[in-house]
Design a protein around this ligand. Structure first.
Ligand code: FPP
Ligand code: MG
Length: 299
Protein backbone atom coordinates (compact mmCIF):
# COMPACT_ATOMS: atom_id res chain seq x y z
CA UNK A 1 0.00 0.00 0.00
CA UNK A 2 1.44 3.44 -0.86
CA UNK A 3 1.82 5.95 1.97
CA UNK A 4 -0.79 8.69 2.38
CA UNK A 5 0.78 11.51 0.37
CA UNK A 6 -0.85 14.29 2.39
CA UNK A 7 0.57 13.04 5.70
CA UNK A 8 3.92 14.59 6.68
CA UNK A 9 5.66 11.92 8.77
CA UNK A 10 8.86 13.94 9.10
CA UNK A 11 7.00 16.77 10.78
CA UNK A 12 4.93 14.33 12.88
CA UNK A 13 8.04 12.44 14.04
CA UNK A 14 9.94 15.66 14.84
CA UNK A 15 7.05 17.03 16.89
CA UNK A 16 6.43 13.78 18.76
CA UNK A 17 10.14 13.13 19.38
CA UNK A 18 10.37 16.61 20.93
CA UNK A 19 7.41 15.84 23.19
CA UNK A 20 9.06 12.56 24.26
CA UNK A 21 12.41 14.29 24.86
CA UNK A 22 10.79 16.98 27.00
CA UNK A 23 8.92 14.37 29.04
CA UNK A 24 12.06 12.25 29.56
CA UNK A 25 14.00 15.34 30.57
CA UNK A 26 11.32 16.28 33.09
CA UNK A 27 10.68 12.80 34.47
CA UNK A 28 14.27 11.60 34.90
CA UNK A 29 16.75 12.94 37.48
CA UNK A 30 18.86 15.84 36.19
CA UNK A 31 22.57 15.35 35.42
CA UNK A 32 23.33 17.30 38.60
CA UNK A 33 21.34 14.96 40.84
CA UNK A 34 23.65 12.93 43.08
CA UNK A 35 25.24 10.52 42.37
CA UNK A 36 26.17 12.66 39.36
CA UNK A 37 28.08 9.98 37.43
CA UNK A 38 25.11 7.67 37.03
CA UNK A 39 22.75 10.44 35.98
CA UNK A 40 25.26 11.80 33.48
CA UNK A 41 25.72 8.27 32.12
CA UNK A 42 21.96 7.74 31.80
CA UNK A 43 21.60 11.02 29.94
CA UNK A 44 24.64 10.39 27.72
CA UNK A 45 22.82 7.42 26.17
CA UNK A 46 19.24 8.57 26.47
CA UNK A 47 19.82 11.94 24.79
CA UNK A 48 22.25 10.76 22.11
CA UNK A 49 19.95 11.29 19.14
CA UNK A 50 18.07 7.99 18.94
CA UNK A 51 15.21 7.94 16.43
CA UNK A 52 12.60 7.45 19.20
CA UNK A 53 10.81 4.89 17.05
CA UNK A 54 9.29 3.04 20.01
CA UNK A 55 7.85 6.00 21.92
CA UNK A 56 6.57 7.61 18.72
CA UNK A 57 4.92 4.29 17.90
CA UNK A 58 3.25 4.30 21.32
CA UNK A 59 1.98 7.87 20.83
CA UNK A 60 0.77 7.12 17.29
CA UNK A 61 -1.04 3.98 18.50
CA UNK A 62 -2.74 6.01 21.23
CA UNK A 63 -3.83 8.65 18.71
CA UNK A 64 -5.13 5.98 16.31
CA UNK A 65 -7.39 4.81 19.16
CA UNK A 66 -8.64 8.33 19.85
CA UNK A 67 -6.49 8.86 22.95
CA UNK A 68 -4.57 11.85 24.28
CA UNK A 69 -0.79 12.06 23.88
CA UNK A 70 -0.53 13.24 27.47
CA UNK A 71 -1.90 9.91 28.74
CA UNK A 72 0.45 7.87 26.55
CA UNK A 73 3.62 9.71 27.60
CA UNK A 74 4.48 7.64 30.71
CA UNK A 75 4.40 4.37 28.72
CA UNK A 76 6.12 5.98 25.72
CA UNK A 77 8.99 7.13 27.96
CA UNK A 78 9.06 3.71 29.64
CA UNK A 79 9.65 1.81 26.38
CA UNK A 80 12.43 4.21 25.38
CA UNK A 81 14.13 3.61 28.76
CA UNK A 82 13.95 -0.17 28.22
CA UNK A 83 15.32 0.23 24.70
CA UNK A 84 18.21 2.47 25.81
CA UNK A 85 19.10 0.13 28.69
CA UNK A 86 19.23 -2.79 26.24
CA UNK A 87 21.55 -0.88 23.90
CA UNK A 88 23.93 0.11 26.73
CA UNK A 89 24.18 -3.50 27.89
CA UNK A 90 24.38 -4.86 24.34
CA UNK A 91 27.46 -2.70 23.67
CA UNK A 92 29.36 -4.02 26.71
CA UNK A 93 32.50 -6.09 26.07
CA UNK A 94 30.72 -9.11 27.58
CA UNK A 95 28.04 -8.93 24.88
CA UNK A 96 28.58 -7.25 21.48
CA UNK A 97 31.63 -5.22 22.53
CA UNK A 98 30.86 -2.14 20.50
CA UNK A 99 32.55 1.23 20.92
CA UNK A 100 29.94 3.39 19.18
CA UNK A 101 26.23 3.89 19.54
CA UNK A 102 23.93 6.61 18.27
CA UNK A 103 26.97 8.36 16.79
CA UNK A 104 28.68 8.67 20.18
CA UNK A 105 31.18 6.59 22.13
CA UNK A 106 29.30 3.78 23.88
CA UNK A 107 28.53 4.22 27.57
CA UNK A 108 31.26 1.85 28.75
CA UNK A 109 33.86 3.75 26.69
CA UNK A 110 33.02 7.02 28.43
CA UNK A 111 32.08 5.93 31.95
CA UNK A 112 33.70 2.50 32.29
CA UNK A 113 32.02 -0.88 32.35
CA UNK A 114 30.81 -0.70 35.94
CA UNK A 115 28.89 2.54 35.46
CA UNK A 116 27.56 1.34 32.08
CA UNK A 117 26.12 -1.78 33.73
CA UNK A 118 24.54 0.38 36.42
CA UNK A 119 23.20 2.97 33.94
CA UNK A 120 21.42 0.11 32.14
CA UNK A 121 20.10 -1.27 35.43
CA UNK A 122 18.86 2.18 36.45
CA UNK A 123 17.08 2.72 33.12
CA UNK A 124 15.41 -0.68 33.34
CA UNK A 125 14.12 0.15 36.80
CA UNK A 126 13.18 3.67 35.76
CA UNK A 127 10.97 2.23 33.01
CA UNK A 128 8.73 0.55 35.57
CA UNK A 129 8.62 3.68 37.72
CA UNK A 130 7.38 5.57 34.65
CA UNK A 131 4.85 2.91 33.60
CA UNK A 132 3.46 2.92 37.15
CA UNK A 133 2.63 6.60 36.62
CA UNK A 134 0.31 5.83 33.69
CA UNK A 135 -3.38 6.62 34.13
CA UNK A 136 -5.70 3.62 34.35
CA UNK A 137 -8.50 3.48 31.77
CA UNK A 138 -11.90 1.75 32.04
CA UNK A 139 -10.57 -1.35 30.22
CA UNK A 140 -6.97 -1.41 31.47
CA UNK A 141 -5.69 -1.06 35.02
CA UNK A 142 -2.08 0.16 35.27
CA UNK A 143 -1.08 -3.34 36.39
CA UNK A 144 -1.99 -4.63 32.88
CA UNK A 145 0.42 -2.13 31.33
CA UNK A 146 3.20 -2.98 33.79
CA UNK A 147 2.65 -6.69 33.19
CA UNK A 148 2.96 -6.22 29.43
CA UNK A 149 6.21 -4.29 29.87
CA UNK A 150 7.61 -6.85 32.32
CA UNK A 151 6.78 -9.84 30.10
CA UNK A 152 8.32 -8.09 27.10
CA UNK A 153 11.54 -7.27 28.96
CA UNK A 154 11.87 -10.61 30.72
CA UNK A 155 13.54 -13.96 30.12
CA UNK A 156 10.89 -15.21 27.68
CA UNK A 157 11.14 -12.24 25.30
CA UNK A 158 13.86 -9.53 25.14
CA UNK A 159 16.34 -11.46 27.27
CA UNK A 160 15.48 -14.75 25.51
CA UNK A 161 16.29 -13.12 22.16
CA UNK A 162 19.58 -11.82 23.47
CA UNK A 163 20.53 -15.22 24.96
CA UNK A 164 19.78 -16.99 21.67
CA UNK A 165 21.71 -14.28 19.79
CA UNK A 166 24.72 -14.74 22.08
CA UNK A 167 24.64 -18.52 21.97
CA UNK A 168 24.10 -18.52 18.21
CA UNK A 169 27.33 -16.63 17.43
CA UNK A 170 29.61 -18.58 15.16
CA UNK A 171 26.89 -21.16 14.49
CA UNK A 172 24.94 -21.83 11.35
CA UNK A 173 21.36 -20.97 12.26
CA UNK A 174 18.20 -21.92 10.42
CA UNK A 175 15.81 -19.22 9.28
CA UNK A 176 13.29 -20.27 11.94
CA UNK A 177 15.87 -19.97 14.76
CA UNK A 178 16.84 -16.57 13.39
CA UNK A 179 13.20 -15.52 13.35
CA UNK A 180 12.92 -16.67 16.99
CA UNK A 181 15.81 -14.32 17.89
CA UNK A 182 14.45 -11.36 15.94
CA UNK A 183 10.91 -11.77 17.32
CA UNK A 184 12.21 -11.56 20.86
CA UNK A 185 15.19 -9.24 20.61
CA UNK A 186 13.44 -6.54 18.56
CA UNK A 187 9.84 -7.26 17.62
CA UNK A 188 8.65 -7.80 21.21
CA UNK A 189 9.44 -4.25 22.35
CA UNK A 190 7.94 -2.66 19.23
CA UNK A 191 4.79 -4.74 19.76
CA UNK A 192 4.70 -3.72 23.41
CA UNK A 193 5.11 -0.04 22.44
CA UNK A 194 2.08 -0.17 20.15
CA UNK A 195 0.02 -2.13 22.69
CA UNK A 196 0.81 0.17 25.62
CA UNK A 197 -0.05 3.23 23.54
CA UNK A 198 -3.38 1.61 22.69
CA UNK A 199 -4.08 0.63 26.30
CA UNK A 200 -3.36 4.17 27.50
CA UNK A 201 -6.14 5.23 25.09
CA UNK A 202 -8.59 2.59 26.35
CA UNK A 203 -8.50 0.76 23.00
CA UNK A 204 -11.07 -1.92 22.19
CA UNK A 205 -9.99 -5.59 22.17
CA UNK A 206 -10.12 -5.51 18.35
CA UNK A 207 -7.84 -2.46 18.26
CA UNK A 208 -5.44 -4.11 20.73
CA UNK A 209 -5.23 -7.19 18.52
CA UNK A 210 -4.65 -5.01 15.46
CA UNK A 211 -1.85 -3.11 17.24
CA UNK A 212 -0.30 -6.40 18.37
CA UNK A 213 -0.27 -7.77 14.81
CA UNK A 214 0.99 -4.45 13.46
CA UNK A 215 3.78 -4.19 16.06
CA UNK A 216 4.84 -7.79 15.50
CA UNK A 217 5.19 -7.40 11.74
CA UNK A 218 6.90 -4.01 11.68
CA UNK A 219 9.11 -5.19 14.55
CA UNK A 220 10.28 -8.20 12.60
CA UNK A 221 10.67 -6.10 9.45
CA UNK A 222 12.65 -3.56 11.52
CA UNK A 223 15.24 -6.17 12.57
CA UNK A 224 15.50 -7.68 9.08
CA UNK A 225 16.19 -4.16 7.80
CA UNK A 226 18.69 -3.63 10.64
CA UNK A 227 20.54 -6.74 9.40
CA UNK A 228 20.45 -5.42 5.82
CA UNK A 229 21.74 -1.98 6.84
CA UNK A 230 24.64 -3.56 8.72
CA UNK A 231 25.97 -4.83 5.39
CA UNK A 232 24.88 -2.01 3.08
CA UNK A 233 25.58 1.17 5.10
CA UNK A 234 28.72 2.80 6.49
CA UNK A 235 29.47 3.33 10.19
CA UNK A 236 28.94 7.08 9.69
CA UNK A 237 25.49 6.52 8.23
CA UNK A 238 24.53 4.14 11.05
CA UNK A 239 26.08 5.97 14.01
CA UNK A 240 27.47 2.59 15.10
CA UNK A 241 30.07 0.20 13.75
CA UNK A 242 28.89 -1.23 10.41
CA UNK A 243 29.74 -4.77 9.32
CA UNK A 244 29.83 -5.99 12.93
CA UNK A 245 27.43 -8.88 12.33
CA UNK A 246 29.62 -10.51 9.72
CA UNK A 247 32.79 -9.83 11.72
CA UNK A 248 31.20 -11.51 14.76
CA UNK A 249 30.03 -14.38 12.57
CA UNK A 250 26.44 -13.62 13.50
CA UNK A 251 23.48 -15.21 11.85
CA UNK A 252 21.54 -12.46 10.07
CA UNK A 253 18.90 -12.49 7.36
CA UNK A 254 21.38 -11.53 4.60
CA UNK A 255 23.76 -14.26 5.84
CA UNK A 256 21.05 -16.93 6.01
CA UNK A 257 18.81 -16.12 3.01
CA UNK A 258 20.84 -13.57 1.00
CA UNK A 259 20.39 -9.81 0.56
CA UNK A 260 17.75 -9.84 -2.15
CA UNK A 261 15.52 -12.33 -0.36
CA UNK A 262 15.96 -10.36 2.88
CA UNK A 263 14.66 -7.25 1.12
CA UNK A 264 11.66 -9.20 -0.17
CA UNK A 265 10.96 -10.53 3.33
CA UNK A 266 11.10 -7.01 4.81
CA UNK A 267 8.65 -5.79 2.17
CA UNK A 268 6.28 -8.71 2.79
CA UNK A 269 6.34 -8.12 6.55
CA UNK A 270 5.62 -4.42 6.02
CA UNK A 271 2.64 -5.32 3.81
CA UNK A 272 1.34 -7.57 6.59
CA UNK A 273 1.74 -4.69 9.04
CA UNK A 274 -0.43 -2.50 6.75
CA UNK A 275 -3.05 -5.24 6.55
CA UNK A 276 -3.15 -5.46 10.35
CA UNK A 277 -4.33 -1.84 10.45
CA UNK A 278 -7.57 -2.58 8.57
CA UNK A 279 -9.79 -2.27 11.68
CA UNK A 280 -8.73 1.41 11.87
CA UNK A 281 -10.34 2.01 8.46
CA UNK A 282 -7.70 4.42 7.19
CA UNK A 283 -7.58 6.44 10.43
CA UNK A 284 -4.15 5.16 11.53
CA UNK A 285 -2.26 7.31 9.02
CA UNK A 286 0.74 7.92 11.27
CA UNK A 287 1.16 4.17 11.84
CA UNK A 288 0.89 3.51 8.12
CA UNK A 289 3.46 6.19 7.37
CA UNK A 290 5.82 4.81 10.04
CA UNK A 291 5.69 1.33 8.52
CA UNK A 292 6.49 2.77 5.11
CA UNK A 293 9.33 4.88 6.50
CA UNK A 294 10.87 2.00 8.47
CA UNK A 295 11.02 -0.10 5.31
CA UNK A 296 12.88 2.67 3.49
CA UNK A 297 15.08 3.86 6.36
CA UNK A 298 18.83 4.20 5.88
CA UNK A 299 19.95 4.21 9.53
C1 FPP B 1 18.41 -0.44 17.08
O1 FPP B 1 17.25 0.33 17.29
C2 FPP B 1 18.28 -1.61 17.95
C3 FPP B 1 17.69 -2.76 17.62
C4 FPP B 1 17.28 -3.08 16.23
C5 FPP B 1 17.42 -3.78 18.67
C6 FPP B 1 18.57 -4.66 18.95
C7 FPP B 1 18.28 -5.47 20.16
C8 FPP B 1 19.12 -5.55 21.15
C9 FPP B 1 20.44 -4.89 21.08
C10 FPP B 1 18.68 -6.36 22.34
C11 FPP B 1 19.55 -6.11 23.52
C12 FPP B 1 18.97 -6.76 24.70
C13 FPP B 1 19.58 -6.88 25.89
C14 FPP B 1 18.81 -7.46 26.98
C15 FPP B 1 20.97 -6.46 26.17
P1 FPP B 1 17.08 1.78 16.64
O2 FPP B 1 17.53 1.74 15.22
O3 FPP B 1 15.68 2.22 16.93
O4 FPP B 1 18.12 2.63 17.50
P2 FPP B 1 18.03 4.19 17.93
O5 FPP B 1 17.07 4.25 19.07
O6 FPP B 1 19.45 4.49 18.35
O7 FPP B 1 17.58 4.98 16.74
MG1 MG C 1 23.55 -7.60 19.95
Amino acid sequence: MPPNASFDLKQYARKHARIVDQALNKLLPSARTKPGTIHRAIRHSLFAGGKRVRPILALAAAEACGGEIENALPVACAVECIHTYSLIHDDLPALDNDDFRRGRPASHKVFGEGIAVLAGDALLTQAFELAAQAKPTPRYPVSDMILDLAKTSGSLQLIAGQVADLEGEGQKLTRSKLQYIHERKTSALLTCSARLGGMSANCTPTQLQALTDFGYHIGLAFQVIDDILDVTQTSEQLGKTAGKDEAADKATYPAVVGLKKSEQIAKKLTDKAFTALQPFRGKAVALEAMAHFLLKRKN
